[in-house]
Write a protein that binds this ligand. Sequence first.
Ligand code: SF4
Length: 345
Amino acid sequence: MSVPEKLYVEKSVLTHPLTERILGKLPSTPVITVDDYKSIGSSKSLPQKAEEDKNSLALAVNKGGMLKSIGRMEEGEYYLFHEMDCKYDCEYCYLQYYFQTKVPVIFVNRDRALEEMEDVLIAHPKPYFHVGEVSDALAFDPLTGFSTEAAALFARYPNGTIEFRTKSTNVEGLTSIPNPPPNVVPSWTLSPERVARAIEHKTPGLSERLEAARKCQDAGYTVGVRLDPILVFEGWEVEYKTMIEQIFAVLNPSMIDYISLGTPKVHKQLIEVMRKRFPTSPVLLGELFPSPDGKYRYLKFQRIDVYEKTASWIRRFNREVEMKLSLESPEVESMVFGNNPTKRP
Ligand code: SF4
């Protein structure tokens, strides 16, 4: 794991056990104490903050809830807020405009996240927890050990599922667990090697991510595969077809939990940030149009074309793996998958 250049620590958590553990793992990283992580870099402009602060890390306390509901509470789908922002720098990432502070933050009182999840696991018949909505799920796992603690919790509650969505290769924690519980699902967002190198800055490349996913399969996990966003550019079909060949050359298809497909969904504020930071980004060069949810997307016919082609390339290798679309309407899903939708219930 790359070491942060600077460590901001809130005064109130200086002696917290997790702070001490992380400081012990980063003995040569300069430490700056702050009253409140929200004040870090507040004088810098947004693009500048995004560039400079990715190499730092903050340790802070989360005074609010660590679980956020996705949709209606009774549906039992949540994402975790035990970390915030990301050390990677993907050009299309909505976190660029979403948080005021651009420094990745680990909330050291994250035991509360485990407690809050346990409450839901007791109360709800089939909850699903996403780790990786507001951070990369495993980017800081070597420092926090969160994945192994969460896996121990889920081993006791087979009714729930936790998914760790990542682009990292930090799987030592997960692969160290003997007989991992089947309701712990690491998932990788994958892009063709050329796309990953061009616009997913600071991330491991495609082959490294696939190798990490394979290690998890070898350790007993089924893994999720996210092809999102699939970008349209000259020659995109060749790039994505090649990537799908690589996926099936490395991963065991019978241990793929699902493959999800998505195209860019870009908020107007993100477009403004991207124009400043990455004016020639291939994400911006595609033809994006406003859609009813306020985000900019490819036109429907083009999205359907992308999904149909990608799904057909996947089906050449495997006819069984479950496929789903990311944030698409039931209409688009039925146009892509016909009468046999493979959407997860
Ligand atoms: S890895 Fe995910 S969370 Fe991190 S910058 Fe990229 S898209 Fe954002």
